[in-house]
Ligand binder design. Structure first.
Ligand code: ADP
Ligand code: MG
Length: 323
C-alpha cells in the first residue's frame, strides 16, 4: 500500500538526483540509445525523463507501479547474476508515492501509447495517448506530501550539481548512448553518443584534459580493468575528477580506490590526483551490489584479485602510456 511505498521511498529516493538515477537506469535497462533529462528548480519542481527504449504495454505500465513487480528477475537464482541496473521493483512505486507522477509510454509495435497518471500515490487515470516510441516519465512536486523530507532538500544549485555529476558518470560508462540535460529550459549537457570513449572523456572533463589521458588496460580470465588516466599536467588538487565503475555501475569501493591510489603513489611522487575513469568488469557472481538500496557500495568475493588487477593496469599505463 501507499505507506509501504512511502517508507521504501525513504530508502530509494533521497533527493531529485536519486529520482534521475532510478529513472535513467530504467531507460538504460529498456535499451534506450537516447535519454533526455529535463529538470526544473534542480528537479524539486519537476523532472522529465524521455527515452527511446522498448516502452511498456498498458498492463505493464500499471504493473510497474506495484511494489516488487520488476520485469527483470524471474527466479531467485537471477539475483546472483544481475545484468540489469534495476532488480528490486521499488523505484517507480516509491517515487510515485511521494510526487505527482505520470508515465507516457509506447512500444514500437503498438498502434497507440498509454498514459498513466498517479496522484498522491493512487492510480488516478489510465488512457490511450499519442506518443513516440519509448517512455516519458514526469515527476512533479517531489516530497510535496512528506514535509519532513521536503525540508532536507538543498538549494537548486546543489541538487542540480548532484544530477549533473550523475549524468557525467553515465556518459563515461555508456559512451555510445546520447544524453541531454536541460535545466529550467537551458541546455547544460548535449552529448550525442559515440563509439569512441574519448568523446565521452572530452564531454565530461573537457577536450584539453581528455587529450592528456592515456588508456588503462589489464585483462585476465573473468576480470578486466580498463579506462583512462591523466598525465600529471592535468592532475587535480582533489579526487573529484575520479570515477570508478564495476560492471557499468558507478561505485564507491575502498578496494578500488585504495588499489588505484597505492599503485599511483608507488610510481609518481605528487600530492595531486590524476583524472581517472576506471572500469572493472568482473563476473557478476563475484560482486555483491546488494549492500544498500542506493547500490553505490560494492563488495568483491575475491578482493585481492581485483586489487592486483587494478595495480597492474595502473602500472602498465604509467610505464607504457608515456606518463
Ligand atoms: P526495477 O528497475 O527494479 O525493475 P522499477 O520500479 O525501477 O523496478 O521499474 C519497474 C518496472 O517498470 C521495470 O521492471 C520495467 O519493466 C518497467 N519500466 C520502468 N521504466 C521503464 C522504461 N523507461 N522503459 C520501459 N520499461 C520501464
Ligand atoms: Mg529500476
Amino acid at each position: 500500500d501507499n505507506t509501504a511505498n512511502q517508507i521504501a521511498a525513504g530508502e530509494v529516493v533521497e533527493r531529485p538526483s536519486s529520482v534521475v538515477k532510478e529513472l535513467v537506469e530504467n531507460s538504460l535497462d529498456a535499451g534506450a540509445t537516447r535519454i533526455e533529462v529535463e529538470l526544473f528548480e534542480g528537479g524539486k519542481r519537476k523532472i522529465v525523463i524521455r527515452d527511446n527504449g522498448m516502452g511498456m504495454s498498458r498492463a505493464d505500465a500499471i504493473l510497474a507501479l506495484q511494489r516488487h513487480a520488476t520485469s527483470k528477475i524471474r527466479t531467485a537464482d537471477d539475483l546472483f547474476s544481475i545484468h540489469t541496473l534495476g532488480f528490486r521493483g521499488e523505484a517507480l512505486p516509491s517515487i510515485a508515492s511521494v510526487s505527482d507522477f505520470r508515465i507516457l509510454t509506447k512500444r514500437p509495435h503498438d498502434e497507440t501509447g498509454t498514459e498513466v497518471i498517479v496522484r498522491a500515490g493512487e492510480l488516478a487515470e489510465v488512457r490511450d495517448a499519442a506518443t513516440p516510441d519509448g517512455t516519458v516519465i514526469t515527476v512533479e512536486n517531489l516530497f510535496f506530501s512528506v514535509p519532513a523530507r521536503l525540508k532536507f532538500l538543498k538549494t537548486t544549485q546543489t541538487e542540480l550539481n548532484h544530477a549533473t555529476d550523475f549524468l557525467h558518470r553515465l556518459i563515461l560508462a555508456y559512451h555510445t548512448i546520447g544524453f541531454r540535460l536541460t535545466h529550467d529550459g537551458h541546455e547544460l549537457i548535449s552529448y550525442p553518443g559515440s563509439a569512441d570513449p574519448r568523446q565521452a572523456l572530452a564531454a565530461v572533463y573537457g577536450r584539453d584534459v581528455a587529450r592528456e589521458m592515456v588508456p588503462l588496460l589489464y585483462e585476465s580470465p573473468g576480470l578486466t580493468v580498463r579506462g583512462s588516466v591523466s598525465k600529471p599536467s592535468v592532475s587535480k588538487a582533489t579526487r573529484s575528477a575520479q570515477a570508478f565503475f564495476v560492471n557499468g555501475r558507478h561505485v564507491r569501493s575502498r578496494t578500488v580506490q585504495h588499489a588505484f591510489d597505492a599503485a599511483f603513489s608507488r610510481l609518481m611522487t605528487t600530492e595531486r590526483h590524476p583524472v581517472v575513469a576506471l572500469f572493472v568488469e568482473i563476473s557478476p557472481e563475484l560482486v555483491d551490489v546488494n549492500v544498500h538500496p542506493a547500490k553505490t557500495e560494492v563488495r568483491f568475493t575475491r578482493d585481492g584479485e581485483v586489487y592486483a588487477a587494478i595495480s597492474r593496469a595502473v602500472e602498465s599505463a604509467l610505464l607504457t602510456g608515456g606518463l
